[in-house]
Design a protein around this ligand. Structure first.
Ligand code: G3P
Length: 191
């Protein structure tokens, strides 16, 4: 299982790179906004620093502008992966991006049924949000285990990225479940 940092903070990325365990980064609009810099400058710095996939999230809610934004994000670097939300518009834009040969990460996934939709459009990565499920008294880890099992049984190529992880045991349990990637904020790794 690969370890990703869920951050847009270049210092955190450099620190974890020094440990030799960083395989990629996930960002979201909130994390990028916190850096108080031009988003494109933030993304480019991260794409250059990281020797691995970096997920950059679209913010347009409608399929057409989301697709256009995704094409632009993909052009920022060969290791860019375009995040689209698990919405009908996200699926539509995502499918078009996949047809263009762009790697997508379908984010905000909360159920195995949604994970099947992501795999069916040919997503490179699916991101189930474990912590957010736990927040509403659901079982995030159970959903992850089901998604990993379905992907295995169905031989889907989509990589399962366990997201919204809050503590190291989430990472251990995600590894046991068979997730391909676990992403967590820096604080989770230095607990
Ligand atoms: O990777 C998903 C992350 O950005 C959201 O995490 O902890 O805010 O639910 P969290």
């Amino acid at each position: 299982m690969k370890l990703f940092l869920d951050t847009a903070d270049i210092d955190e990325i450099r620190e974890m790179n020094r440990w030799g365990v960083l395989s990629g980064v996930t960002t979201n609009p909130t994390l990028v906004h916190k850096e108080r810099m031009d988003p494109e400058a933030v993304w480019k710095e991260i794409l250059t620093e990281v020797d691995g996939d970096v997920s950059l999230e679209t913010t347009e809610p409608q399929a057409d502008p989301m697709y256009e934004q995704g094409v632009s994000l993909a052009q920022l670097g060969p290791n860019a992966v375009v995040k689209v939300p698990m919405t009908p518009d996200g699926l539509e834009a995502g499918k078009r991006l996949v047809k263009d040969g762009i790697r997508i990460n379908v984010t905000l996934v909360f159920s195995p049924a949604q994970a099947i939709l992501a795999a069916e459009i040919g997503a490179y990565i699916v991101s189930p949000f474990l912590g957010r499920l736990d927040d509403v008294a659901a079982d995030g880890m159970y959903a992850l285990r089901q998604i990993c099992e379905i992907y295995d049984v169905q031989s889907y190529d989509t990589n399962v990225l366990a997201a919204s992880l809050r503590h190291p045991m989430h990472v251990v349990e995600a590894a046991l479940a068979g997730a391909d990637i676990a992403t967590m904020p820096y604080e989770g790794f230095v607990k």
